[in-house]
Design a protein around this ligand. Structure first.
Ligand SMILES: Cc1ncc(COP(=O)(O)O)c(C=O)c1O
Length: 453
């Protein structure tokens, strides 16, 4: 294809007109089968509320809030206006030894949504950076307390904490780890929470006995004086919506507290209303020491992540460090004016439209609609919580993942965006979805499954 001639693309019409011109060679696409995509491109031109429009003019119902991030729906005018104003007024300002009011106002807005006492906020640009920042904060905390021997980080199998070295190492996805041989040293993993015996569970599984007590075994193995932090997603999202059993997170909290280990919740997916509450910590009634977020923070409109930290952790690092910079970590774009403006506008929108309460009120409709697929072809499990669901398919013989990937393409052609991981279909729509759109989503998916061999 020719190199794109026009660089002044502004409107959806411009994007549509440019699509045929696009040179696909240069963009090395993330987490993508590049060879397949570039031979069979699917390009978006615009997005509004619950729908994308492709460059072919097709309407696609967004069953995944983009990549779990567009919680307030697409094309929200107050967010766009806030970004535009910031770009005109203060395009960039450093936050190293200097600052600007938007970053402080954004931190206050985030703090108001966090569990009580977790009101100190460090800004990043993504979930991966939030995960690595959280791990570093945990290490800095123990170091400041004179317990520098605590260097071990405990994650969980099937956990996803992004792709940087810390998050990748603490994460428990073989495919993400094995090809990147170097790992952060001293990491260990708990077992994941998904019991194969329990299928078609609505919401949380019954208490799974002493699953969390495995942490006691790791403490006995390594010694509490070597363990800095345990990091888990309250609900594992990327590996297929693994909902924790009743009591599990509280038990992790109890054990970590007993041994002076910090508990980190990775709420990059669960933050900002996905479960019908501001955070999963709120939803489950379990408060960690450190909480990471990203996706819903700016409604996906500008990259931004954050780490909320308890006052104890924050004050320990700040007050017990020698004079000078207390925490040797940060990003050029931490608290970027455009992202900060987007975050302030996004969080106000969540409040103004009571979107978390809306999500909570629709969760039972969502649950019923998801579980109505239990008898659809190939379905071997359905899981759900809040406005998240997973439909797990039986893999094809000798071709794991192929059936779900085919369903993904068929769904797209039928006007529905879903996400697949292995043979699991994950669904997480914008929180503005209506009951009628929930039915449309699952009806379309049922039809797709009937057509998928
Ligand atoms: C729980 C969790 N942590 C971290 C990340 C990484 O976020 P990002 O892709 O913004 O780096 C993700 C992304 O899906 C996630 O789900």
């Amino acid at each position: 294809m020719a190199t794109l001639a026009r660089l002044d693309i502004r409107t959806a019409e411009d994007l549509t007109a440019a699509a045929g011109d696009v040179d696909m060679a240069h963009f090395w696409m993330p987490f993508t089968n590049n060879r397949f995509f570039k031979a069979n491109p699917r390009l978006f031109a615009s997005a509004r509320a619950m729908h994308y429009t492709t460059t072919d003019g097709q309407q696609v119902l967004d069953g995944t809030a983009g990549l779990w991030c567009v919680n307030a729906g697409h094309g929200r005018a107050p967010i766009a206006a806030a970004i535009a104003e910031a770009a005109h007024v203060l395009d960039f300002a450093p936050t190293f030894q200097l600052g600007h009011p938007l970053a402080f106002a954004a931190a206050s807005a985030v703090a108001r949504m966090m569990p009580a006492g977790m009101d100190r906020v460090f800004f990043t640009n993504s979930g991966s950076e939030s995960a690595d920042s959280a791990l570093k904060i945990a290490l800095a905390y123990h170091h400041a307390r004179g317990e520098g021997t605590r260097f071990r980080l405990i994650g969980r199998q099937r956990g996803y904490h992004g792709t940087n070295f810390g998050g990748m190492s603490v994460g428990g996805i073989g495919g993400n780890r094995r090809r990147h041989v170097a790992q952060v040293w001293g990491v260990d993993h708990l077992a994941h929470t998904h019991g194969d015996a329990v299928r078609f569970q609505r919401g949380q599984q019954p208490s799974n006995g002493n699953l969390a007590d495995e942490l006691e075994d790791l403490v006995a193995l390594h010694g509490p004086e070597t363990i800095a932090a345990v990091m888990v997603e309250p609900v594992a999202g990327s590996t297929g919506v693994l909902v924790p059993p009743h009591g599990y997170l509280q038990r992790l909290r109890d054990i970590t507290r007993k041994y002076g280990i910090l508990l980190i919740f990775d709420e990059v997916i669960t933050g900002f209303g996905r479960l019908g509450a501001a955070t999963a910590a709120d939803y489950f009634g379990v408060t960690p020491d450190i909480l990471t977020m990203a996706k819903g923070l700016t409604n996906g409109a500008v990259p931004m992540g954050a780490v909320a930290v308890s006052r104890d952790v924050h004050d320990t690092v700040i007050d017990r460090s020698p004079a000078g910079i207390e925490f040797f970590h940060g990003y050029t774009y931490s608290g970027h004016p455009l992202a900060a403006a987007a975050a302030i506008a996004t969080l106000k929108l969540y409040d103004d439209e009571a979107l978390f309460a809306h999500a909570a009120s629709l969760a039972p409709v969502w649950e019923d609609a998801a579980h109505a697929l239990r008898d659809a072809p190939h379905v071997i499990d359905v899981r759900n919580l809040g406005l998240v669901a997973a439909i797990e398919l039986a893999p094809r013989d000798g071709a794991p993942g192929a059936r779900a990937m085919e369903a993904f393409h068929r769904a797209f052609d039928a006007g529905l965006l879903i996400r697949v991981t292995g043979d699991i279909i994950a669904l997480s729509p914008p929180l503005i979805i209506t009951a009628a759109q929930i039915h449309e989503l699952f009806d379309t998916l049922a039809q797709v499954l009937r057509q998928t061999p």
